[in-house]
Design a binder for this molecule. Structure first.
Ligand code: PGA
Length: 250
C-alpha cells in the first residue's frame, strides 16, 4: 500500500445508549492507545457529544452515520454537517447499504451528502457494494461503476485524505459471509483504477479503500494483507471493546 495509513472504523448502527457508549469508550481507549492506525467510531447521533468529550485528546476519531445536505432549515428530524462538526465529528458514513435499502437513499442523494460533507470539512466514508443477486447476475462491476461515478459527480478533491471509500458487498453485511480475499482484492483494484478516471492518478493512489462485511478478529489480517485494502468498516464486531481492539491490532 502506497502511503495510505490504515483506517479501522466502527459503525455502531442503532446500538448503545449514551451510558453504554461512554462505558465502551472508557474501555476502548486504554486498549488502543498504542495503535499506529487511524481509528474511528460512529455511535448513534444521541451519543456523539458525550463520546466526543471523552475521546477528544485520544487517538480515536468520531464519525456520524449519516447527515442531511442542507445547512439548516425546516427539515424535521435531520442533522446538518455543521451540527456534526459541532458535536466533535471528523468523519461521516454516507450511503450505507442499509440507508439505501430502508431509507430510500439513491446515488443522487448520496452525491449531495458527499458534497455537503466535504464542503463542511468532514471526511465522508462513501459506502458502495453490490447485492447477492447483482453479483450472481455478473453485474458487480457495472453496479460499482455507477455508484462511484454518480456518487462522486461534480466533486473536486482538494486533499487525498478527505475521501474514504468503503466497499461493502451487501451479501456480506451482518451475515458472517466475508468475501474471499481474491474477490476483495479484485474489486478494490477495480475501484482504484476507476478512481483514477474520476479523480486523477495521484488522488486514486492516496484514497483509502476500506472493506466492510463481517470483518472479525480472525479474518482481519488476511484482508489487511491485500495490497489495495486500506482498512475496514466494522459493524457487529465493533460493538465490543475487546473484539474491536483485536481488529485494530490486526
Ligand atoms: P458487519 O457490518 O461488520 O456487521 O457485517 C458492516 C457494516 O455494515 O458496515
Amino acid at each position: 500500500m502506497e502511503n495510505r495509513r490504515p483506517l479501522i472504523a466502527g459503525n455502531w448502527k442503532m446500538h448503545k445508549s449514551i451510558l453504554e457508549s461512554v462505558e465502551f469508550v472508557n474501555q476502548l481507549l486504554p486498549l488502543v492507545a498504542d495503535s499506529l492506525v487511524d481509528i474511528m467510531i460512529a455511535p448513534p447521533f444521541t451519543s456523539l457529544f458525550a463520546v466526543s468529550e471523552i475521546i477528544k485528546d485520544s487517538n480515536v476519531d468520531l464519525g456520524a452515520q449519516n447527515l442531511f445536505w442542507e445547512k439548516n432549515g425546516a427539515f424535521t428530524g435531520e442533522i446538518s454537517p455543521l451540527m456534526l462538526l459541532s458535536a466533535g465529528c471528523r468523519y461521516v458514513i454516507i450511503g450505507h447499504s442499509e440507508r439505501r435499502q430502508y431509507f430510500g437513499e439513491t446515488d443522487e442523494t448520496v452525491n449531495k451528502k458527499i458534497n455537503a460533507a466535504m464542503e463542511a470539512g468532514l471526511i465522508p466514508i462513501f459506502c458502495i457494494g453490490e447485492t447477492e443477486s447483482q453479483r450472481e447476475e455478473g453485474k458487480t462491476f457495472s453496479v460499482l461503476d455507477k455508484q462511484i461515478k454518480m456518487g462522486l459527480e461534480g466533486l473536486t478533491l482538494k486533499e487525498d485524505r478527505m475521501l474514504v471509500i468503503a466497499y461493502e458487498p451487501v451479501w456480506a453485511i451482518g451475515t458472517g459471509k466475508t468475501a474471499l480475499p481474491g474477490q476483495v482484492q479484485e474489486v478494490h483494484l477495480y475501484l482504484r483504477n476507476l478512481l483514477e478516471k474520476t479523480s486523477g492518478k495521484r488522488h486514486a493512489a492516496a484514497i483509502r479503500i476500506l472493506y466492510g462485511g463481517s470483518v472479525k478478529p480472525d479474518n482481519i489480517s488476511e484482508l489487511m494483507a491485500l495490497p489495495d485494502v486500506d482498512g475496514a468498516l466494522v459493524g457487529g464486531a465493533s460493538l465490543n471493546a475487546d473484539t474491536f481492539s483485536k481488529i485494530i491490532h490486526f
